[in-house]
Design a binder for this molecule. Structure first.
Ligand SMILES: Nc1ncnc2c1ncn2[C@@H]1O[C@H](COP(=O)(O)OP(=O)(O)O)[C@@H](O)[C@H]1O
Ligand SMILES: [Mg+2]
Length: 403
């Protein structure tokens, strides 16, 4: 693992400031943000604040916000992940992200509370994007699991607020999936169908690795290898088809990295009051946008939430799942089983979501528990065992209350 040094970092900041200096987004300083792990993401203070109001999407009159327009997000992509020069990652991902930002300008958001950042500028030579900043927003994962040490280690979301957030995410995701699979978006599907490197990455991190992960727990794998291999082969067939082939009812452009860390929530203090305003949500980080099954978005987010419930006892995560499925308009049995398989595969991916030199996250009981939970949910979904789901913690996938 080769991490960038402080000198590399300083050089990068200078180079980006230089690139921006001849644009309307010249910045006086850049502060690196810690939220993501893949790109170099900074908050920049603009030398000349942007005029207000900002260019509007198809949404009601934007309310001028005194902080808006003074800062920008600057996202710089390299051909490797941020913390490790030896982990290659196709830099073309930022081209697809900016394509999505552009395309989403014509996406009629179901509510003015649900947004995608405006895209201001793309510098393809230096792989720099300048994006609208939501300076008071915090990502949903940090709200569920505040980074330690933190003054608030208590869960801050009541069941009502958590359900409301989940509901809004579900409403947004449904309308995005429908919009992106409509005939009018065929050009977008053709374009995003070319984000092959990110499609490969998604496959590698999910269906190509979950059985290998289970090899580390041979007692769990005993007797269940065959159905798991069927799951893997079915997914492989799907990934081997050109993305632009007709993939059926639940197929189209997906976000591709739909997880709690990529949903920003504004005005967090108001969530702690009993009577909050409807939370304002921002969906960020579109570089894995690709053509695929809707279950990949649903399953990743839901799996991510169950992971927080399992390892940190974050009950509000399951309330978010309930709201999400409801806001999505419910899931047909077919979509629910398919989503559940992806939930299990995502949960097993926990094994690789750490620095390879660090020990596994969790107590021995939690580790054994997550492996069992994940394999159960995959196998029961593969067998379409709805009765098992209705009596389990995953009941919300079928509209029920978790057991
Ligand atoms: N438009 C934005 N407004 C406010 N904060 C943002 C915005 N975009 C990104 N961030 C912050 O930067 C972090 C990393 O951004 P992200 O696009 O997710 O990059 P990565 O691809 O590295 O995950 C986010 O988790 C969030 O904290
Ligand atoms: Mg991110």
């Amino acid at each position: 693992m080769v991490s960038p040094t402080q000198a590399d970092q300083d050089e990068l900041v200078d180079a980006i400031l230089q690139e921006l200096s001849t644009t309307p987004y010249a910045a006086s300083s850049l502060t690196q943000l810690s939220g993501g792990s893949t790109n170099f993401v900074f908050r920049g203070i603009l030398a000349h604040p942007l005029p207000l109001p900002l260019p509007s999407r198809s949404e009601p009159e934007p309310q001028p916000d005194p902080t808006t327009g003074k800062t920008i997000i600057v996202k710089h992509s390299r051909d490797h992940i941020r913390g490790n020069k030896n982990f290659p990652l196709a830099v073309s991902r930022c081209i697809f992200e900016q394509s999505m930002h552009h395309a989403l300008n014509s996406f009629p958001s179901p509510s003015s509370n649900l947004k995608v950042p405006h895209h201001y500028l793309f510098n393809p030579r230096a792989n720099i994007q300048v994006i609208e900043d939501f300076p008071d927003a915090v990502d949903l994962k940090s709200i569920l699991v505040p980074p330690s040490p933190s003054p608030t280690t208590e869960a801050i979301l009541t069941p009502t607020v958590a359900t409301c957030i989940g509901h809004d995410i579900g409403v947004w995701l449904r309308s995005f999936h429908l919009w992106a699979s409509a005939p009018a978006q065929s050009a977008l599907r053709r374009e995003l169908g070319q984000n092959e490197p990110m499609r490969k990455l998604k496959r590698l991190a999910s269906y190509d690795s979950f059985i290998n992960i289970l090899e580390n727990f041979p007692e769990t794998l005993e007797g269940i290898r065959k159905p798991l291999e069927e799951v893997r082969e079915t997914a492989a067939r799907e990934f081997n088809k050109p993305a632009t082939d007709d993939g059926g009812e639940y197929w189209g452009v997906i976000h591709g990295d739909f997880a709690a860390c990529n949903v920003l929530v504004s005005d967090v203090p108001s969530l702690q009051t009993n009577n909050p305003e409807a939370p304002k949500l921002v969906i960020i980080d579109w570089e894995l946008a690709q053509v695929g099954h809707w279950a990949y978005d649903l399953g990743q987010m839901i799996g991510d939430l169950y992971e927080q419930k399992h390892f940190r006892q974050v009950d509000s995560a399951v309330w978010i799942v309930r709201g999400l499925v409801d806001g999505y308009g419910g899931l047909s049995d077919e979509l629910a089983f398919r989503t559940a398989i992806h939930v299990g595969v995502w949960l097993l991916g926990w094994y690789n979501r750490r620095h390879p030199k660090l020990p596994l996250k969790g107590t021995p009981e939690q580790i054994a528990g997550i492996v069992q939970l994940a394999t159960d949910v995959i196998l029961k979904a593969w067998a379409k065992d709805r009765t098992w789901f209705e009596a389990s913690v995953f009941a919300p996938l079928f509209g029920g209350t978790p057991a």
